[in-house]
Structures are given as C-alpha cells and as structure tokens.
Design a protein around this ligand. Structure first.
Ligand code: 9UX
Length: 72
C-alpha cells in the first residue's frame, strides 16, 4: 500500500535546499518517492503508511531546519 502526502515546506530559498530536502525525504524508511518544488514550496511524498506517518515526515523536514505542514 502506498499513500501520497503533500506538504508545504517553508525556508527553501535555492535549488540546493530542494536537493537537501529531497535527499532527507528519500532516505526515510518507507518513503518510495519524493519530489520537491521550489516555486510552489510543495513536496509530494509517496510512502508506506505501515513504515512512516505524515507527522514523521513533517518532523524530519523540520529537524533539517525547514518549516513543514501537511497539505493533504
Ligand atoms: Mo542555498 Mo538552502 O545556498 O538551505 S542550500 S539557501
């Protein structure tokens, strides 16, 4: 089973920020795909809900120094 989470990510100001956030997300257990867009400040994450929760994903983004909130 795979779910899609959409997150609003604050504090990204350059392309390297995007790469950094994508790298963090892709390393999380249960994350299958992560795409982050600078222009919209949105991140889309496909994940296995038996391995990780949306709140875990928000926490991981915030631990890296960015702001994150759940869109859906
Ligand atoms: Mo760019 Mo982001 O120089 O944390 S990497 S602002």
């Amino acid at each position: 089973k795979t779910l899609l989470g959409q997150f609003s990510i604050g504090g990204m100001t350059c392309a390297a920020c995007v790469n950094s956030v994508e790298g963090i997300l892709r390393k999380l257990p249960g994350v299958k795909r992560a795409v982050v867009a600078l222009a919209t400040s949105l991140g889309e994450v496909e994940y296995d809900p038996t391995a990780i929760t949306k709140n875990d994903i928000v926490s991981a983004i915030e631990d890296a120094g960015f702001e994150a909130s759940l869109v859906q």
